[in-house]
Design a protein around this ligand. Structure first.
Ligand SMILES: [Zn+2]
Length: 235
């Protein structure tokens, strides 16, 4: 086996961790969550508007119906007024007063119906604008999902290559060395396997004791365990 194989295994493991991290924190995931929340907010507002639209339409219909009833009464009263049936001056006056009062009432009801109609129009245009926003959101959600799928596929393909390279390397390495490496990796991560350079273990944070440095320097083995930091040292 070659020293470089274990270092290469470590490099591949670091790359795997980086790829998995990148896969988990893809920027599009946050954007997708935001777009989904926005869509929820929009549809909730549309639902709210639908309820108000029903109320407004009911109100408009009620005022129109009442205005129609009043109009019919005016027609009846006017027919009586011009029919010659009512002859008494006081009765005629009373009938005219009633017609005038009904006309006022009719005008008020028609105004109310018109107000409701205008309100309905403004609600309809707000609902249409929101619905356009939902369409934009749907487009964005679709795009983001496609981007996530493509980014995941790309990362997964690289992960697969890394995994298969690692399997190949592992086959050539001593299984107890791999077992040591994997056990120590939870502690030392990307610096589990280090080199022995400039007369010291590159994993040791400070100068190592001269005796330990000497032991390593003069060792005949090409893989050692550092007594100071516990890392795997390649000579
Ligand atoms: Zn060390």
């Amino acid at each position: 086996m070659s020293h470089h194989d274990l270092l290469e295994v470590q490099r591949l493991d670091v790359e795997t961790d980086q790829l998995l991290h990148r896969r988990a924190v893809l920027a599009q995931r946050g954007q997708l969550r935001e777009a989904t929340d926005e869509r929820k907010r929009l549809t909730a507002e549309i639902d709210q508007i639908s309820l108000i639209q029903i109320e407004v339409a009911t109100r408009q219909k009620r005022f129109e119906d009442e205005a129609q009833i009043v109009a019919a009464r005016i027609e009846t009263d006017e027919a009586r007024l011009y029919s010659g049936e009512v002859t008494g001056l006081r009765d005629l006056q009373a009938l005219q007063d009633e017609i005038a009062s009904l006309r006022n009432r009719q005008s008020d009801l028609e105004d109310e119906a018109l107000n409701a109609m205008e309100e309905a129009e403004s609600l309809a245009s707000r609902a249409a604008a929101l619905s356009t926003e939902v369409d934009v959101c749907d487009q964005r959600i679709g795009d983001l999902n496609a981007e996530i799928n493509s980014a995941e596929a790309e990362i997964d393909a690289r992960l697969e290559t890394v995994r298969s390279n690692r399997t190949e390397l592992e086959a050539d390495l001593d299984s107890s060395l791999i077992a040591d490496y994997e056990r120590l990796r939870s502690m030392f991560g990307s610096a589990t396997v280090v080199r022995f350079e400039n007369g010291k273990c590159m994993g040791c944070p400070s100068m190592m004791p001269a005796m330990e440095a000497d032991r390593m320097k003069h060792s005949t083995a090409d893989v050692l365990s550092c007594d100071e930091c516990g890392r795997i040292v390649l000579l």
